[in-house]
Design a protein around this ligand. Structure first.
Ligand SMILES: C[S@@+](CC[C@H](N)C(=O)[O-])C[C@H]1O[C@@H](n2cnc3c(N)ncnc32)[C@H](O)[C@@H]1O
Ligand SMILES: Nc1nc2[nH]cc(C(=O)O)c2c(=O)[nH]1
Ligand code: SF4
Ligand SMILES: [Mg+2]
Length: 235
């Protein structure tokens, strides 16, 4: 079996959400069923970049993770694109046998049986500013398929007031899921000068909005990797 891989990089730290700060190797799958207006990983989404995606066997993927991590177990985060388009079961099986932990980042539009084998499932439904709309039945299927195996968390990107109101509705529908909010990063140009000031301003806006509303449910975090490395790829 062959998977389409946009990039494998690390070790770095997880920059977002529940596992922020955790040493991580990333596997970025090529291909996505969404096309968010502000996607920061278009090189793994847009078919114009398809020629840059490497066809790899699960063994070859695992060899690269072992090389990058020096064979020392850590958390492997499978992102994309939407990794749920492809079958990562053999990679996860191989890695767990070596003592590695697995997290997946997905929007929750496609469920896969191997969600149940993860340590952490990050579901990141897309707010109105993305231009995408959700099939909530498919989202529910992701939750059911994951079951009680992984810790399943919600991570929502907020660009504006409409996104914020939408996140409050989603949170009300899933009161038992840990909720993480991160401000949207409007600049995904890897050559752009430091986007830190803009991102901090957006984080401040979001923190002040939630605290003044007395909305105490979410944890609100920056994209730590953007603060450290800007919009650079492979970090
Ligand atoms: C690139 S996506 C890949 C995984 C999956 N397709 C998804 O969207 O969840 C990884 C994470 O980055 C977030 N993200 C993408 N573009 C962003 C941006 N411009 N600002 C902030 N977060 C962004 C997504 O919402 C998601 O949580
Ligand atoms: N350091 C770091 N943390 C991340 N968290 C989610 C990422 C992603 O693009 O899925 C990401 C990424 O690309 N780099
Ligand atoms: S779902 Fe994720 S990878 Fe796909 S376009 Fe949206 S942010 Fe990008
Ligand atoms: Mg990213």
């Amino acid at each position: 079996m062959i998977l389409r891989i946009a990039e494998i990089f690390g070790p770095t730290i997880q920059g977002e959400g529940a596992l922020i700060g955790e040493p991580t190797v990333f596997i970025r799958a090529g291909g996505c069923d969404f096309r968010c207006s502000w996607c920061d990983s278009l090189h793994a989404v847009d078919s114009a970049y398809r020629h840059t995606w490497t066809p790899m066997s699960p063994d070859a993927i695992w060899e690269e993770v072992l090389r990058l991590s020096g064979g020392k177990p850590l958390t492997v985060s499978i992102s994309g694109g939407n990794p749920a388009i492809q079958d990562f079961a053999p990679v996860i099986e191989r890695g767990k046998a070596d003592g590695y932990r697995f997290a997946v980042e997905t929007q929750g539009s496609i469920a896969k049986p191997w969600f149940a084998d993860l340590d952490t499932l990050v579901l990141s439904p897309k707010p109105p500013s993305s231009g995408e709309t959700h099939d909530w039945a498919a989202f529910e299927t992701c939750l059911e398929t994951a079951g009680v195996g992984p810790e399943t968390v919600l991570k929502i990107v907020i660009f504006d007031d409409a996104d914020y109101a939408w996140a409050q509705q989603v949170a009300a529908s899933y009161p038992d899921m840990p909720l993480f909010l991160q401000p949207g990063n409007p600049a995904s140009d890897p050559d752009q000068a430091s986007p830190v000031a803009e991102n901090i301003a957006r984080l401040l806006w979001l923190v002040e909005k939630a605290t003044s509303d007395h909305w105490f449910t979410p944890r609100i975090l920056p994209q730590l990797h953007v603060l450290l490395w800007g919009n650079k790829r492979g970090v």
